[in-house]
Ligand binder design. Sequence first.
Ligand code: FMN
Length: 281
Amino acid sequence: MTDRLSSLWQQRYRTLLPEALAEALTSNPVSQSAVFDALLAHRSVRAYLPDTLPEGTIEAAIAAAQSAASSSNLQCWSVIAVEDPVRRARFAALCGNQEHIATAPVFLVWVADLSRLQRLAIRAGETHEALDYAESFLIATIDTALAAQNAVSALEAAGLGTVYIGGLRNHPEEIAEKLTLPEGCVGLFGLCVGYPDPEKPASIKPRLPQQAVLHREHYDASTEAECIATYDALDDAFQKEQGLPPRRWSETMVRRIATKAGLHGRDTMLASLRALGFRLK
Ligand SMILES: Cc1cc2nc3c(=O)[nH]c(=O)nc-3n(C[C@H](O)[C@H](O)[C@H](O)COP(=O)(O)O)c2cc1C
């Protein structure tokens, strides 16, 4: 387990697991769990075998998703499993021509859903004013993301591959129409699920050094520039290994946020959300 942990750590951070930390992690119940192992081994999979999933896989993944914490137990999310290959091909096109949506046998669409609570209030003859506020929308998006990630963890621990599809938000209204979403629902992201193609294995992508994201007692960005320079170099090395063009992560991110063009047309999101029934007061 220690060798495996060291290897996972090294792949994630591209640095040796420091000796003192290695010792602590060897006897730490969190890092010794099978869940931790599966989480550190995460990588997005974009090449799938066409094989169908064993019966019960979707239901098991959704049980894992529903086991996530939920703000006030409001449970304001829904998920739509799309398996029909013709429909998957349409979603692949709508999400920016992402071929893996057409190849993976299952495409899960994760929906922030305030409509169920609205119907509940209407059936009870009550108002539902709180749903009109940005806070309710935030709750729905947070709950949806937590649920989806639980499903991802369960699926990956079973050897399945997944990749989130933010491209689902390229055309929020068309997606809502295709899925007959009621008012108060928006597709937040998709998730391809299937068996990874062993001919095209995905690798563990390095992340920022922990010092850049882990603060103790108070926020401290004093070593950030150094951390990011280190990360630029190791992310570039990863890119080269993958046969991808060289890049500096920091420059890519700066370009990504410089103008609204980096949002790939999603700068109209607020209008789309309002059109879908979210008032966002
Ligand atoms: C909400 C969300 C949306 C994403 N959307 C896409 C997408 O549309 N297409 C894609 O190929 N990857 C997508 N990804 C995957 C990220 O590119 C990937 O997680 C990131 O590059 C880190 O790589 P890793 O998951 O292999 O560690 C998305 C990830 C998240 C969390």
